[in-house]
Ligand binder design. Structure first.
Ligand SMILES: [Ca+2]
Length: 282
């Protein structure tokens, strides 16, 4: 029941809010390599000039993942039998260069369960995998798009709203403490949509009706109106208790970041709150 509710809720949020045409288009621009199970790949994980052979396998019981294992150079480097409280449908192993300034390429295992995931990042050091950080359960996220380490910060680019194969991503700032990754939440609850990731693939929305534009993400001061049919990009999202309430928009061909619009899902499916439509769906 909980699962059905989540799927329904996810679909409703999606239908009223945002969709993306394809996630895969984006990935090619980054150093992330997503590995397929039961295949062998070669990467120099520790920067010593010799490539390691890496592969992983998964075993399932029905739809549930039961075990995940990673082999490096023919030896088991990671073996995890899932406990009773760990319910995941699958896991993906990826190679990332989280911090291009060091010699390592990190090995990431991303366990996923519907819209939740748990990401563990490892470093291959002294011939073994050492845990760098574990995100714990990330709620409301379908997929990790990118992760970068900059100084003391770990920037994660992850899904904020996901359903039905479509996602919308935000950047979160995180700190590593005792090998756990902890989000440093913005006090103003405003998250950035990583334009550097989307680049040419930023989705264009057509406004479904005339929409008032606010100076700030609080709906108090109206600074103008955008006409129905105006094409926009969203650049930031303002949350309130886990719900997206305002979005900062760019008008395509206009000035940058003109202001905030109300995108809160209020009630019902009557379209009152449907301020934007993906251009491609129109
Ligand atoms: Ca090596």
């Amino acid at each position: 029941m909980k699962r059905l509710l989540k799927i329904t809720l996810g679909c409703a949020i999606l239908a009223l809010f945002i969709a993306l045409t394809s996630n895969d288009q984006v990935f090619a621009k980054f150093s992330k390599k997503e590995l397929a199970p039961d295949k062998t790949y070669k990467y120099d994980l520790d920067g010593d000039g010799t490539k390691e052979k890496i592969s992983y396998s998964l075993t399932f019981d029905g739809y549930d993942l039961k075990w995940a294992g990673i082999d490096i150079n023919g030896k088991s480097a990671y073996s995890h039998k899932l406990g009773k409280k760990e319910t995941f449908y699958s896991a993906t192993v990826m190679i990332y260069d989280i911090n291009p300034k060091d010699e390592y390429k990190e090995v990431i295992i991303d366990y996923d369960f519907e819209f939740e995931h748990n990401i563990k990042a490892y470093r291959y050091q002294d011939k073994k995998l050492t845990l760098l950080f574990d995100t714990g359960m990330l709620l409301g996220g379908e997929k990790l798009v990118d992760v970068q380490k900059k100084g003391n910060k770990v920037l994660m680019y992850e899904s904020a709203t996901c359903a039905c194969g479509n996602c919308f991503y935000i950047t979160t700032n995180n700190k590593i403490k005792n090998k756990k990754l902890k989000e440093v939440k913005p006090k103003d609850q405003i998250y950035t949509i990583p334009q550097e990731i989307w680049g040419d693939y930023l989705i264009t929305f057509n406004l479904a009706k005339d929409v008032e534009v606010y100076k700030d993400a609080d709906g108090t001061e109206v600074i103008g109106t955008l006409k129905k049919g105006t094409e926009i990009h969203l650049t930031k999202l303002k949350y309130n208790n886990g719900t997206v309430v305002y979005a900062l928009v760019d008008v395509i061909g206009g000035e940058e970041s003109v202001g905030w619009i109300d995108v809160e899902f209020k009630s019902g499916m009557d379209g009152d709150s449907l301020v934007t439509n993906p251009a491609w769906a129109g």
